[in-house]
Write a protein that binds this ligand. Sequence first.
Ligand SMILES: Nc1ncnc2c1ncn2[C@@H]1O[C@H](COP(=O)(O)OP(=O)(O)OP(=O)(O)O)[C@@H](O)[C@H]1O
Ligand SMILES: Nc1ccn([C@H]2C[C@H](O)[C@@H](COP(=O)(O)O)O2)c(=O)n1
Length: 233
Amino acid sequence: MSAVRENGVIVAIDGPSGAGKSSLTKLLAQRLGYIHIDTGAMFRAVALMSKRAGIATDDDARLAELCRGLEVTFVRDGENCRVLANGEDVSTEIRTEEIGLLTSAISARKPVREALLTMQRAMGAKGGVILEGRDIGTVVFPDAEVKFFLSASAEERGRRRYLELAARGDKATLEETIAKVIQRDQQDEGREHAPLKQADDALPIDSTSLSIEEVLTVMENAVRERLAQDDKR
Ligand SMILES: Nc1ncnc2c1ncn2[C@@H]1O[C@H](COP(=O)(O)OP(=O)(O)OP(=O)(O)O)[C@@H](O)[C@H]1O
Ligand SMILES: Nc1ccn([C@H]2C[C@H](O)[C@@H](COP(=O)(O)O)O2)c(=O)n1
């Protein structure tokens, strides 16, 4: 319980691809007993459904119609979280690099952002949540009590993604993977609607030379410090 919201505070973790947002959000949510909201997965679900429906990435009318009929839900599966699109488990399909690149294009469209913004605010309004994404601290919840901007060098993020893809049997080279990370960064930072950027009041964390555990310690300490402040109010 926080002095501000019914279930606790809202934590925002924004940052570029491969920075470690999902990994840290999952661990921090476990430490705090909070809900993990992977907003990237929501955009990925829209991208997957748009691909299946043959909708062009700039067809705003059909994208808006698709979003109106789409319900994205998260279901706990042990320590993991399954992503359901209208009840279908799409957890694996949304994680391909093809869908990742398509998602970056789809997520630039205003109707898609407006539809998911409404969903994300409804999911997090009572607090006790950690949302990871690109615009959580700037657009979705600018009043979030704790905000982080998690980054790392493009080379390090590409290396991490390369190791992740290689473990899944993907044959992409390290150079190709770094290039794709940079491409997605440019698309996410350069778009008109809700671009990737650090909120003025976010705590920046450069994880290039930090372990996951070291990042987790910084984040958990910052959240617990805020909770202690709220308790004194
Ligand atoms: N500080 C770190 N040191 C080493 N490896 C890390 C670190 N943080 C994350 N990783 C690893 O990097 C890979 C990508 O991490 P993760 O998926 O959490 O990043 P992300 O920011 O959510 O990426 P995306 O936005 O593309 O989904 C994972 O294999 C993860 O284990
Ligand atoms: N709040 C968000 C979350 C994600 N996106 C876009 C940008 C990414 O390229 C794509 C996939 O995100 P990921 O799963 O890699 O974190 O979705 C966004 O625009 N806003």
